[in-house]
Write a protein that binds this ligand. Structure first.
Ligand SMILES: NC(=O)C1=CN([C@@H]2O[C@H](COP(=O)(O)OP(=O)(O)OC[C@H]3O[C@@H](n4cnc5c(N)ncnc54)[C@H](OP(=O)(O)O)[C@@H]3O)[C@@H](O)[C@H]2O)C=CC1
Ligand SMILES: CC(=O)C(=O)O
Ligand SMILES: [Mg+2]
Length: 534
């Protein structure tokens, strides 16, 4: 039992000024706190006031990070109750800036670091982590952080941010989560030359040396934290796909950029059909970019088309890719294996001509490169569709394929638009639109919650397919009327709970659970969810 200053300084246990008079006596806190006994609501107001007086987002990020270090329950209560304001500070876009600055704004370590010097001893390193019952591990090696490239150990901001979302958006207990940086070096020379850089200051480990370290990490998780799921995050695409192929059918893991993104994008497309009145099974979809996010989304789209009765080949024929050279056609050379199934017979042509010719209903961008949805591209989508659907997935905001304002203006207000990072309301020609945020934040927390609740042995494609359906079905008619293809972020805990329920159902159907789950799944899931209060 902690008492006195030790209790006050423990972020998981402290209530700070909310300790009652009786508790102040019982825990040896008399004189250590000002007179007022505050409620968590009053503390939250103070926290918000302090946060809002910071005049830029990175300062707000630093403030919030310090609040988490000081008082976990207050941080999460504030985040949950002010999700729309705080999510963009803890997560994209601000987390991108925070990662770039990570070594310079660093205060206290908040995650676990593994370097090549830990080879052979990763299990021992796990033993140093203060919590023993880990259920959720978010791991990156920092090589593809958002659309920002190789940020080495600075990429730790991403697992920390995603863990905060697991807790706030799905109610996973903070003590059950562990952010991990597999710091295998960086090929970003400017980072290695930065005197304040905190990571392993050498070139990236490659080949067998790299793969065997990742393998030791995965195996050590199975031994030390057998209940944990591993979320692979922001790995370079070839590694991302290969880990999913190697481990996805063996251990409890998934890749968020491939699978979480796919589910949120599919959900947006499902919802768009409620607006355009088109049948999902009739859609043609075009992707710009051939990486993890686009490739993963295409795979889930094929499954979604198949679920509606299309054959494998028929489903693939609905999907088209654009790479740096233009339309990916069957006569191209060096097509990536994952994209090969979508390289159809067609004359080679550029992006705009491809839209004019193929007339996609939906355009999805996952390039990490700003401005790749040019005015001509958006205008062409608007020329072939009464209501073009455009999803610009890339993060952070500075890397988005086009801004919301551009999408509405260039389509004369007809676009159904979503973007990876949030945009403010756009008013164009006397009408205001609320752009939707197509981000895997709607998906992975619920997937994780469902897996934790069910102890499913594996995380399967059907879980993501179900999650997409659930997410889309939760969009209300009122939200649709505002042009939104996702529910409000203020409802994200409800979204996560419903996705978790669907995950449990898939897990039972696919015989991935050892014990039958209770019939009243909703109540059961609710009972798992952390709802911070004193
Ligand atoms: N909204 C969300 O929830 C998510 C968003 N993302 C975002 O998506 C982006 C991409 O991520 P990911 O797929 O993992 O990254 P990858 O690096 O795997 O993919 C990027 C792809 O874009 C291609 N590309 C780059 N520039 C151009 C260009 N000018 N024209 C055509 N293609 C181009 C690259 O081509 P090449 O192969 O030739 O290099 C590559 O195929 C990132 O910004 C990330 O933040 C990712 C996951 C989730
Ligand atoms: C959102 C996310 O996972 C990404 O941009 O990589
Ligand atoms: Mg990611």
């Amino acid at each position: 039992m902690k008492v006195g200053k030790t209790l006050l300084d423990d972020p998981a246990c402290t209530k700070s000024t909310a300790f009652t008079r009786e508790e102040r006596i019982r825990f040896g806190l008399r004189g250590l706190l000002p007179y007022d006994v505050a409620s968590i609501s009053k503390q939250k107001e103070r926290a918000l006031e302090n946060m809002r007086r910071k005049n830029n987002n990175i300062e707000k990020y630093i403030f919030l990070s310090a609040l988490l270090d000081r008082n976990q329950r207050l941080f999460y209560r504030t985040m949950i109750d002010h999700m729309e304001e705080i999510l963009p500070l803890v997560y994209t876009p601000t987390v991108g800036e925070a990662c770039k600055e990570f070594a310079h704004i660093f205060r206290r370590p908040q995650g676990l670091y593994i370097t090549p010097e830990d080879r052979g001893g990763i299990e021992g390193v796990f033993g140093n982590w203060p919590e023993k019952d880990i259920r959720v591990i978010v791991v990156t090696d920092g090589e593809r952080i958002l659309g920002l490239g190789d940020l080495g150990a600075n990429g730790m901001g991403i697992p920390i941010g995603k863990v905060a979302l697991y807790v706030a958006c799905a109610g996973i207990q903070p003590a059950h989560c562990m952010p991990v940086m597999l710091d295998v070096g960086t090929n970003n020379q400017s980072l290695r030359e930065d005197p304040l850089y905190l990571g392993y200051p050498f070139a990236r480990l490659e080949g067998e040396a790299y793969l065997s370290l990742v393998d030791e990490f995965v195996r050590a998780v199975q031994t030390r934290f057998p209940k944990a799921l591993i979320q692979f995050e922001d790995f370079l695409t070839p590694n991302a796909f290969s880990f999913l192929d190697n481990y996805g059918t063996e251990v409890r893991c998934f890749n968020d950029d491939i699978q979480g993104t796919a589910a949120v994008t599919l959900a947006g497309v499902y919802t768009s059909c409620r607006i355009t009145k088109k049948k999902f099974s009739d859609l043609t979809i075009m992707f710009l970019g051939t990486g993890s996010a686009a490739g993963g989304t295409a795979e889930l789209m094929v499954a979604a088309f198949r679920a509606q009765g299309l054959g494998e080949q028929q489903a693939r024929e609905r999907l088209w890719f654009i790479d740096r050279k233009g339309l990916v056609v069957s006569t191209n050379e060096n097509i990536k294996p994952r994209i090969q199934p979508y390289a159809h017979a067609h004359v080679p042509c550029d992006f705009v001509d491809a839209i004019a010719d193929i007339k996609p209903d939906v355009l999805i961008g996952a390039t990490g490169v700003a401005g790749t949805f040019t005015e001509q591209v958006v205008r062409q989508m608007a020329a072939v569709n009464e209501r073009p659907v455009i999803i610009a997935l890339s993060n952070p905001t500075s890397h988005t394929e086009c801004t919301a304002e551009e999408a509405y203006r260039w389509s004369d207000g007809r676009v159904i638009f979503a973007s990876g990072s949030p945009f403010e309301k756009v008013c164009y020609k006397n009408q205001c639109y609320e752009p939707a945020q197509g981000n895997n934040a709607y998906i992975f927390p619920g997937i994780g919650l469902g897996v934790c609740v069910s102890s499913a042995r594996l995380i399967t494609p059907n879980m993501f397919l179900s999650a997409a359906k659930v997410l889309s079905n939760l969009v209300t008619e009122e939200e649709i009327a505002k042009g939104a293809v996702y529910p409000s972020l203020m409802r994200v805990r409800e979204v996560s709970r419903e996705i978790a329920k669907a995950v449990c159902q898939v897990a039972m159907k696919e015989a991935l659970v050892d014990e039958e789950l209770p019939e009243n799944l909703e109540e059961y899931i609710r009972s798992f969810m952390y709802d911070p209060n004193y």
